[in-house]
Design a protein around this ligand. Structure first.
Ligand code: URA
Length: 429
């Protein structure tokens, strides 16, 4: 029998071994209770990043993360539960129109979301820019909102007891260069989604310059691992692979993205946001067993009604003016041509430096800060026309943001550009 102590587990993985179920249960439990130190878990995370985990190890690791806390249960609801999770990107405000849209189609959408860290924005930060809106919703109230056919969607913070080992491990990975491990990302995301108690789940796995996964092969591997983890735990799971080379929509920043989402719910908004919202909604509605076309529900205003009810249910005022940053700066096109590239990472970094994101967990964000994009790849631009407007309350942030944008776009000629697809693949089991 293999010894159950942290050093032998770390060295076994460091040397390319496969951890037993008992070793995984022991080390995750020890980390949760404090028997395994942070530096030991960090070393193990690095060994896993370098050596990988088998499908069995990943499934056991996920189960151990779930077992570190409690599971939510929505089985008593009369409507089918279905959720969506995005692996994170720039300008990714899709949850905002999507959750009320799917609720308006007849499903219950219990969405536990996170705050942004680094260059990718967080859904809760965006929604908190709505005056009065609160991210903390007690479980009994969640159930009431989900059961209410006029609301049906709740987007809120996960309680402290939902996969707490993952919460601590993610914070360690974030500061030890161990985020980019496919089995660790898959188990981190899926442990929270399985513990959340949704019956079905649609994953939006981002691929490209502004995403964790830079190549389609890595994205496919991550998506497959998550779909398998979901299926093995009885959660019907489908993944879409979607492009994240260019920011989604026309804005990156909290209140800016809320305003853009409201434009989508009102029947307008950028074409890429509408396309992705409807594509994800179709998958969610299908998994939930409903026979409704989300495009019609978006177009006829029912999704907007659910948005307004959903905002009110969490204390927000859907009619209140959104925060606006005190200072702006414009980036103009240096010459005439066609915008052939607008880099998601550059725009995300600029928005973050302007104050839309946080450098450390717990830092405040500026609700009005961010980047507005006046042209997207494929658009013709003339010399001197505004390309980007930068928003912040702290004008000393402008030089850092402008530096991030310095090489973030190219202007060329029309035949140097052809429209890349947004939807790159679908993984189901
Ligand atoms: N999001 C998560 O929740 N976990 C990861 O490991 C990466 C992204």
């Amino acid at each position: 029998m293999t010894a159950l102590d942290a050093v032998s587990i770390i060295t076994a993985k460091r040397d390319g071994g496969e951890l037993s179920d008992a070793q995984i249960d022991w080390v995750v439990d020890g980390f949760t209770t404090g028997k395994v130190a942070d530096e030991q878990m960090s070393a193990l995370a690095m060994a896993i990043l370098l050596r990988g985990m088998s499908r069995r190890e990943t499934a056991r690791w996920t189960a151990a993360m779930i077992a570190s806390g409690s599971r939510m249960d929505f089985t008593g609801l009369s409507r089918p539960t279905v959720d969506k999770h995005s692996t994170g990107g720039v300008g990714d405000k899709i949850t905002l129109p999507l959750a009320p849209l799917v609720a308006a189609c007849g499903a219950a959408v219990p969405q536990l979301s996170g705050r942004g860290l680094g260059h990718t924005g967080g859904t809760l930060d965006k929604l908190e820019s709505i005056p009065g809106w609160r991210a903390e919703v007690p479980i009994a109230r969640m159930r009431e909102i989900l059961a209410d056919p006029a609301i049906g969607a709740v987007v809120c913070a996960a309680g402290a007891d939902l996969a707490p080992a993952d919460k601590r491990l993610y914070a360690l990975r974030d500061v030890t260069g161990t985020v980019e491990s496919i089995p660790l990302i898959a188990s981190s995301i899926m442990s929270k989604k399985i513990a959340e108690g949704t019956a079905s789940l649609v994953l939006d796995v981002k691929v490209g310059a502004g995403a964790f996964m830079k190549s389609i092969d890595d994205a496919r591997e991550l998506a497959t691992a998550m779909v398998e983890l979901g299926a093995d735990s009885g959660v019907r799971t489908v993944a879409l692979l979607t492009a994240m080379d260019t920011p989604l929509g026309d804005t990156a920043g909290n209140a800016l993205e809320v305003a853009e989402s409201v434009r989508v719910l009102a029947g307008g908004g950028p074409a890429d946001i509408v396309e992705l919202t409807v594509a994800l909604a179709r998958e969610m509605v299908r998994l939930a067993g409903l026979d409704v076309d989300p495009a019609e529900v978006l177009a006829d205003g029912r999704a907007m009604d659910h948005w307004r009810a959903m905002v009110r249910a969490q204390g927000g005022d859907p009619d209140a003016a959104l925060p606006v940053a005190r200072h702006t700066e414009t980036v103009r096109a240096p010459h005439t041509g066609v915008l052939t590239r607008l880099d998601a990472m550059g725009v995300g970094l600029a928005a973050w430096r302007l104050g839309a994101g946080r450098a450390r967990q717990g830092d405040p964000v500026q609700f009005g800060a961010g980047v507005e994009m006046h042209a997207k790849p494929g658009d013709s631009v003339t010399a001197g026309q505004p390309l980007l407007t930068l928003h912040t309350d702290t004008p000393e942030a402008f030089p850092g943001a402008l530096a991030a944008l310095g090489s973030a776009f190219d202007i060329g000629v029309a035949d140097q550009w052809s429209a890349p697809p947004l939807l790159l693949g679908r993984i189901a089991r």
